[in-house]
Each structure stands twice: as C-alpha cells, then as structure tokens.
Design a protein around this ligand. Structure first.
Ligand code: 5CA
Ligand code: ZN
Length: 408
C-alpha cells in the first residue's frame, strides 16, 4: 500500500543517547539495542471511521520512538498494517450501505492526510491485510506443520497451548484473559474449541462476506495472524519493538507473538512490547464503537493548527491514560503562540543544554512532558532577557522539529 510523505527531520548538533523504553512483557524500562537498523512494528487502523484523538496519540507516541532512534543515529525500518478486512469494517459498510473496499480506501486516505498534517513520520512499509493473504496462508501452513492448528466447522484455530511462552507478553493469568477475550474479538464459548482462548486464524466463507481461495477452503484471515504474518515477512523475528495502544496487549499482541513463536521455535516475536495509554472523552475510552469521538480531520476543517493538536498530545506521557478536553487544545494553542513570539527573536538563552535535556528525556521512555518542560524553561529565560546565545532560536526550532515533530 502507499504510505504517506515524510516531513524532513533536521539534524541536531549532538546525538541522542541510547533509547530506553517501558516493556510490557518484563514490566521494566529496558534499553533498545538495535543491530543493523532499528525495527519497529506498530499496529495500524481498522479503516471504518476517521482518525480520532486516541489513534493520533498512539501514532504520535510511536513517532517519538522513531525520531529518538533517528536522532541516536539509527536507520529505522518501520512497518505498519491496515486491517482492511475484518468484522467491524464489514459491519459498518453494511450498516451505511457502502462497498467495504470503498469505505476502507476512503478512511485510509483520510488517515494518511491526518498523519501528514500531524507530521508523523511514515512507515517504510504500509501493508494491508488483503494484500498479505498469501503471507497469512504461508504462516498458517507453518503452524499446521507444527501441529498447532485445528478445525471447527469451516474455521481454523490456533492452539494457544502450543506456545510455551503463552502469557508472557501481557503477563496476565488465565482468569484475566478469559474475562476480556470475548470483549476483544474472541469467542471463548464456541463449542468444539479445545481451549476457550484459542483464536481464529482462518475464517471460512460466510454468505455476503468477502473471501479468498486458500488450501483450507475459501475464507479470510483472522485478525492476530494478520499482524503476525506482516511483521514476520517485513521485519523477521526478534525485531526491536512491537507497539500499539494498551487495548492490544491481550489478546492481540499475545496471540500474534504466540503464532510467530510456534512457527519459529526458539525465536522471539519482538524484543520489547510498548503500549500507549488510552485517551478518553466524556468519561469513557474514545472508541469508534461507542461514538464518543473527536476527529483530527474535523478539527483540521475547523482551521485548528495541527501543531496545536500535536502539542496537546505531546503534553501527556504516551503511557498515561488521559481525557481529551477542548480546554487542553486551547491552552496548547495559546502556549504555541507565546513560544512563536519568543523564537521570533534569533537570540536567546543558551540552547545546547536544552538540546541535551530534551534528547535525554525522550531517550528515557519517550518522556515528552519532561522535554517540553525544558523548552518552557528556555522560553521563560529568553523572554526574561537572557540573549547570551545569538543563534539559540534556530537551534530550539530545529530541536522541536527533529525530536518532537513540532514546527513553531
Ligand atoms: N487494526 C487494529 C490493530 S492491528 C486496531 O486496533 N485498529 S484500531 O483502529 O481500532 O486502532 C488503531 C490504533 O489506535 C491501535 O494501536 C489502538 O490500540 C489505538 N487506539 C484505539 N483507540 C484508542 C484510544 N482511545 N486511545 C489511544 N489509542 C487508541
Ligand atoms: Zn495489529
């Protein structure tokens, strides 16, 4: 699939330190140690509605990792999927009476525009589920060889017990898993399953649903195997970071990891699993299914500066759960205006210590709020009359752009 275009990343006077991130599977901040380029997979959208602030926060969060690695001198191989065939997309297309492919294409285009406006650096490989069906079939065949697949009516299931490490991504116990599996696309109560937690990898053809031919009969891919197959093909095993929102910890990331690890015994799926916090609105998680949404595209149409949207998102730590309010956006808009007035003067307080502090904050589990506090301190010192650094403003503007994707 076509990705979107990249904003230029200015170079900085010093390199960023080694990037450390909070890994869900170990519950610790761990150093990333990319060898031969950093490899990142982030779960992409299911394109049945426009990009909301929750999506935007997640992708801006991982954009900080992308930028931190670039600033540390790594080449970054970033892969993202588009779940362009799945139950929620087909259900919405039927409900609004549009062709599911047209709906997916339209919403994916809008997502690309939103990402460009927010200066989120694009993935090198932007890959749809539909175009990856041959990869999914290949992975299911490998899992069959490993004895980890069985059939229930026309559907194929992955046996979670085949993965000796099952449960180590989320760290959840069975009870927690069973409590949530049904809410997140699973079918724990289906008769004929060997384990209630087993997940569908190939869904046999149903009337009025799209299907593709396969050695297992016509059907379509299950959700988790889509990301497993795409990540495996484009990044290999043991890539550096698997990412997404915290709603994907279980079952999605647990299952994707299990499927790859059973097909490739002895290998890890990813070295670290990063999860962004959930953005709420009106007291509940912002979600397409609940309809409590603030869309990036709607704000853009209302002439809101996309940098003010990005600034609002950056003021929250990527791992926190928080609630979007219009006041946060207005406050970010006012602060940006004030910052722009300060950098209109080329001279300011010494910039180099700020560069170092911002890069250190981002290398320490992508702490954008700490980075922004350092910049705020520089703004106050400069506004207060410290003009000892004649080119400080240019350095600070480059820093904001390179490290935080903010153009002021
Ligand atoms: N296509 C799958 C992933 S393979 C999917 O979850 N799509 S999605 O459109 O529902 O979500 C896209 C990304 O946004 C996921 O990483 C998800 O975790 C994240 N996300 C969804 N809702 C929120 C929210 N309210 N706050 C933060 N992130 C969110
Ligand atoms: Zn995914």
């Amino acid at each position: 699939m076509r990705s979107w275009s990249a904003a230029e990343v200015p170079s900085l006077p010093v390199a960023a330190p080694q990037v450390c991130v909070f890994d869900t599977s170990t519950g610790q901040v761990v150093p990333t140690e990319p060898t031969g380029g950093a490899r990142l997979y982030v779960c992409g959208i299911t394109p049945y509605d426009a990009t909301h602030m929750g999506h935007a926060a997640t992708y801006v969060g991982f954009d900080l990792l992308h930028r931190a690695w670039l600033n540390a001198g790594h080449d970054v191989h970033y892969v993202q999927n588009v779940t362009d065939v799945d139950d929620p997309l087909l259900e919405r297309a039927t409900k609004v009476n549009v062709d599911w492919q047209d709906l997916a294409a339209r919403e994916t285009d809008l997502f690309r525009e939103d990402m460009e406006a927010l200066r989120v650096l694009p993935p090198r490989d932007y890959i749809g589920a539909v175009e990856s069906i041959p990869l999914v079939i290949e992975l299911i065949e490998a899992l069959q060889q490993a004895g980890a697949i069985y059939q229930v009516e026309d559907d194929l299931y992955f046996s979670v017990t085949a993965d000796v490490d099952f449960g180590t991504v989320s760290g959840w116990d069975r009870e927690q898993m069973l409590a949530i599996f049904g809410e997140r696309g699973g079918d724990p109560d289906r008769p004929g399953k060997r384990d209630p937690l087993d997940c569908v990898v190939w869904r046999g053809e149903r009337p009025d649903e799209p299907s593709w031919p396969s050695p297992f009969g016509p059907g379509r891919p299950g959700w988790h195997i889509e990301c497993a197959a795409i990540a495996l093909e484009h990044l290999g095993t043991s890539f550096d970071v698997q990412g997404g929102g915290s709603d994907l910890v279980f079952p999605h990331h647990e299952m994707s990891a299990g499927e790859v690890q059973v097909a490739h015994p002895g290998q890890k799926f990813a070295r670290a699993y990063l999860h962004a916090g959930m953005v709420a609105y009106d007291g509940e998680k912002m979600s397409k299914s609940k309809g409590n949404l603030v869309f990036v595209s709607a704000l853009r149409r209302a002439d809101v500066d996309p940098m003010a949207i990005r600034f609002t998102l950056l003021r929250q730590h990527y791992r926190s759960d928080w609630e979007w309010t219009d006041d946060l956006l207005w406050d970010a808009t006012n602060t940006l205006d004030a910052w722009r007035l300060v950098v209109a003067n080329p001279a300011g307080a010494p910039a180099l210590p700020v560069v170092q502090e911002v890069l250190a904050a981002l290398a320490d589990d992508l702490d954008a709020p700490r980075a922004l506090r350092a910049v705020q301190g520089w703004m106050e010192a400069s506004r207060g009359g410290d003009t000892t650094d004649p080119d400080a403003s240019a350095t600070i503007r480059n820093l904001l752009d390179a490290a935080l994707g903010l153009v002021i």
